[in-house]
Design a protein around this ligand. Sequence first.
Ligand code: SF4
Length: 372
Amino acid sequence: MTVRNDWTLAEVKALFALPFMDLVFMAQTVHRRYQVPNTVQIGTLLSIKTGSCPEDCAYCPQSVRFHTGLETQELLEVEEVASSARRAQQSGATRFCMGAAYRSPKPKDLRKVLAMIREVKSLGMETCATLGMLTPEQAQELKQAGLDYYNHNLDTSPQYYEKIITTRTYQDRLDTLQAVRDAGMNVCCGGIVGMGEEPQDRAELLHILATLPEHPQSVPINQLVRVAGTPLERAPALDPFDFVRTIGVARIVMPRCHVRLSAGRSEMSDELQALCFLAGANSIFYGEKLLTTGNPDTEDDQNLFRRLKIVAEAGAGLPGADLAGAGLAGSGLPGAGHTAGDAPAQMMSLVAAVGPGVQAAAQHAESNAATV
Ligand code: SF4
């Protein structure tokens, strides 16, 4: 099965329309073909500059326009960031992400961020940053300093975007993604669900991501954290199954990417997180804070990994990494050493429906549902 970036919107919508079990089954089947099952990538995120952002993203407590009681923080010193990275590395993290609340970085601040990236890189860690919009020249400078990944989310569909952000356009975001790709960095780009958008908006977002010239290497799927004081503090609660559907469709249409279960995890039950992993999520941030909003306690994450027998991707220090070291293959544990080749024929025939025949599969499933 080749990786496609010619998905049609109708195909993506048809995936969303599948019965829930069929979608999760298909997503897990695709997952086992392209990813190592029962394995999750662990990243660590540090806010290197917090709050006072001039943008008006309606979900964000870091905007200077909303009164959320957020404690602001100027750009950290290089040494502070380097010692945080060393601590993260000692606890097993292999990737270190640095987030700053900017519309776009100013030259003086960018120089300092470049020094941070060099320091973190010199530790032998993968580096990731999110600093707002970039010019092609800034993207080149970041790449030369050793930045591996750049995060810049599209957030939602182009239509709904206008209700969420007015200070920068969708095209601005696409231009930054282009600059990042052109500089040779990996793209981390996803969105937020639960902002009051329609299912159509989620389909459009994933359709745009899956038809970029190259799929993003990481796709964070965030669930809105309704922060008091932001315009979205009273957004209607999202049906958790719709969140899982979004993960599942992302996995199917972008099979090689890391789908990150990102913001909103602290409001999810263990069972819902497990369902997200089943639908193809294979990346999380580890640590008690996600820039400014809460993240599950590290101990809770350790327990969840233990209970699900999920292992951390090589190098990460969560319990379960031991299991990986001991060699799951041949252990008889579920998922041990699985590859696509192990998938039963029935699974593979379902996967064969993904692609040109996906609409037919969805229609078939819908007509089945109608007869129940
Ligand atoms: S999401 Fe980023 S750009 Fe938007 S207000 Fe928050 S920090 Fe600023």
